[in-house]
Design a protein. Structure first.
Length: 160
C-alpha cells in the first residue's frame, strides 16, 4: 500500500514539474543574451526537446526530470552569458525526403554556454542555443556536464 502511494506521489510530482516548467517557459517567449546582443526565442521545439530525443522518441522520465529541473538555471545562464564555450556548424537533413528519396539540408549552428549551478551540490551545466539557416536564435537544450567537487579555489594567507 505504501509503495502505491509513493508511486502515485512520484507521478503527481512529475506531472507538476512538467506543468510548472511549461508555465515558466511559455511566460518567457524571449531572453536577451549579452553574448549575441540579441534575443533568444524560447520556441516549442526547445521545450519538446527537453522531453523528447531528436528522433521524437520520449526521453526516460529521469532524464526529463533532470532537464526540466535545470530549465530555470539555464534561462539565468543565457541572461548572463558573456562567453561561448562551444560552437558547432553542421549541415543537417531538413524535412521529409522528396519523391526522389533525397532530403533537403540546412546549415545549423549550435552554441554552448557553461556555468556552475548549485551551492551545496555544484554541477557544471551546458545550455545550447541553436540557429537553423537564416532563422532566429532559439533555446535548444540544457544538460549537466558533471559534478564539481568542493575544491579550494584560493589560498588563505593565514595558512601560509
Amino acid at each position: 500500500m505504501e509503495q502505491k502511494i509513493d508511486i502515485e506521489r512520484t507521478i503527481r510530482d512529475y506531472h507538476k514539474l512538467i506543468e510548472t516548467s511549461r508555465e515558466l517557459y511559455e511566460s518567457t517567449p524571449e531572453i536577451f543574451c549579452p553574448y549575441f546582443k540579441l534575443n533568444i526565442s524560447l520556441t516549442s521545439d526547445g521545450f519538446n526537446h527537453l522531453l523528447n530525443k531528436p528522433n521524437r522518441q520520449p526521453r526516460n522520465i529521469q532524464e526529463q526530470r533532470l532537464k526540466l529541473r535545470l530549465l530555470k538555471p539555464a534561462l539565468h545562464i543565457l541572461r548572463n552569458a558573456g562567453t561561448v564555450q562551444e560552437y558547432r556548424n553542421t549541415l543537417e537533413k531538413w524535412g521529409e525526403p522528396g519523391k526522389d528519396g533525397f532530403s533537403k539540408t540546412k546549415q545549423v549552428e549550435y552554441w554552448g554556454f557553461h556555468d556552475i549551478v548549485g551551492e551545496e551540490s555544484m554541477i557544471l551545466v551546458r545550455v545550447i542555443v541553436r540557429k537553423i539557416g537564416d532563422g532566429k536564435l532559439h533555446f535548444w537544450s540544457v544538460m549537466p556536464i558533471g559534478k564539481i567537487g568542493k575544491q579550494k579555489l584560493y589560498r588563505n594567507e593565514a595558512e601560509d
